[in-house]
Write a protein that binds this ligand. Structure first.
Ligand code: SF4
Length: 468
């Protein structure tokens, strides 16, 4: 009845086996997972979320700031094993959070182990995170975090972030991530794929691949080979994406890539996105930040010399349906009117589907703070408004062109009035738009993939009806 996968046992896992070597000062958790495959999926889900929040995962007790013990309570022998595991974790680490099936009997656990920090029952992910945050506070920083701040809420159970690496080897002048998160450390491909496979088995329909620099995945590992399903997979973003795309069909799984930099080999990803038989979405979240080459050099951006308009044309030639999302900074120190106008002209040509824009601000510790010619706040605001006006006009025209099209959407929520909030393949959760279905939603649930006909478009959102 019990299964103790070595990579989840602080007491059994070889050091750094799962490639999550925490960096100095990183809040770090250990996990002991007992019980059936369902409990293992719960453990995986908690670890996935903690990784995405910036926690390190320690393969041993001493490297962890606290340990989560995911217990089994099915048989007396399983209960005894769970109590033993809690006792061991208390002895070796001292800070222990208990969850899982035995967590349904908190008094029983506390009777044996009064020193535990918290007890939560099975599938109580949010409460486990709450307890973790209280015991080992996260290290939130709006300038380095990859996820929108959602408090202790987990993402809805039908989509999940999948963190493939930590840190970054670049030195963009406005960014403090390399100082705070350290240099690029990629997880082995098989650890990422195994986690993804478990999430899909648990009902996740959309995997959101995140890292600080997704294109760079595996460079630190020299793109080593990793065992996977009797074969070998290179720790390279192309190979990883290809394998993730095989975890489901385009009809039942979406795999979405975030934070991809425009390195030349990104062209290798595009055929995967154009292939109707893989789960990889034709969607690239690619943070350009600016378009003028001098600005990009002053920002010290990776791939600053890339001819991005040529790249975009090549991607669209291979995959005409590709959605391009990006973020930009206006008012970076030294930005001239001519450079800003260049960005607006570039936007006219690039016709990006989804765009976010930030007004530059100093961040403690960033090298850009010392640059000359900071832009006045009023000018930043004016440029931001001009930029957003253009981006909004492009978005509106693109969405208008979708009216009448039939497409697959994923259902995120159904409210009490029966209105379904969904997303198309072009919409990442929490940052892009929505498609709403106002009627005929009986029988639909969050996580369903359904076919709709678009009948109305707004500035950022669509409306549609279920298509038979
Ligand atoms: S690529 Fe640049 S902006 Fe992105 S994390 Fe690295 S240093 Fe920061």
């Amino acid at each position: 009845m019990t299964s103790n996968p070595p990579e989840l046992r602080p007491d059994l896992a070889p050091k750094l086996h799962i490639g999550d070597a925490p960096r100095a000062g990183q809040p770090t958790l250990g996990m002991v997972s007992l019980g059936c495959p369902k409990a293992l999926v719960d453990s995986e889900r908690i670890l996935t979320r903690l990784r995405a929040e910036g926690y390190g995962i320690s393969p041993d007790y001493t490297g962890a700031d606290a340990v989560i013990v995911n217990t089994c309570g099915f048989l007396d022998s399983a209960k005894a094993e769970s109590l033993d595991a809690i006792g061991e974790a208390l002895k070796e680490n001292g800070k222990v959070i208990v969850t899982g099936c035995l967590g349904a009997e908190p008094d029983y656990i506390r009777e044996h182990h009064p020193r535990i920090l918290a007890v939560t029952g099975p599938h109580q992910y949010e409460q486990v995170l709450d307890a973790v945050h209280a015991a080992v506070p996260p290290d939130p920083n709006p300038f380095v975090d990859l996820l929108p701040a959602t408090g202790v809420q987990l993402t809805p159970r039908h989509f999940s972030y999948l963190k493939i690496s930590e840190g970054c080897n670049h030195r963009c002048k406005f960014c403090i991530i390399p100082d705070m998160r350290g240099r690029l450390t990629s997880r082995p491909a098989h650890a990422v794929l195994r986690e993804a496979e478990k999430l899909v088995a648990a009902g996740v329909r959309e995997l959101l691949v995140i890292s600080q620099d997704t294109s760079a995945y595996g460079m630190d590992r020299k793109h080593d080979l990793n065992p996977w399903k009797g074969d070998e997979v290179r720790s390279h973003i192309t190979d990883l994406t290809r394998e993730l795309g095989k975890l489901g069909s385009a009809q039942d799984l979406w795999v979405r890539l975030h934070y991809v930099y425009p390195y030349p080999f990104v062209r290798e990803l595009i055929p995967l996105m154009a292939d109707p038989d893989t789960a990889v979405l034709p969607y690239l979240d690619i943070p350009f930040q600016h378009a003028h080459p001098d600005m990009l050099k002053r920002m010290a951006r990776p791939a600053a010399g890339a001819k991005t308009l040529d790249e975009i044309a090549a991607w669209r030639a291979t995959c005409p349906d590709i959605t391009l999302r990006s973020t930009f900074i206006v008012g970076y120190p030294g930005e001239t009117e001519a450079e800003f106008q260049h960005l607006l002209d570039w936007m006219d040509e690039a016709q990006l589907d989804r765009v976010g824009c930030f007004k530059y601000e100093n961040v403690a510790g960033a090298r850009s703070n010392e640059l000359p010619d900071h832009v006045a706040e009023e000018l930043k605001q004016e440029r931001w408004e001009r930029f957003m006006q253009k981006a909004q006009a492009i978005s509106e025209a693109k969405l208008e062109a979708k009216v009448g099209q039939v497409m697959q959407v994923i259902v995120d929520d159904i409210d009490e009035d029966g209105i379904a909030t969904c997303r198309t393949k072009a919409d990442a959760p929490e940052i892009d738009g929505n498609l709403f279905i106002d009627e005929g939603t009986e029988g639909l649930s969050a996580g369903d993939l359904v076919t709709v006909e678009v009948d109305e478009a707004g500035e950022y959102d669509l409306w549609g009806c279920i298509s038979n």
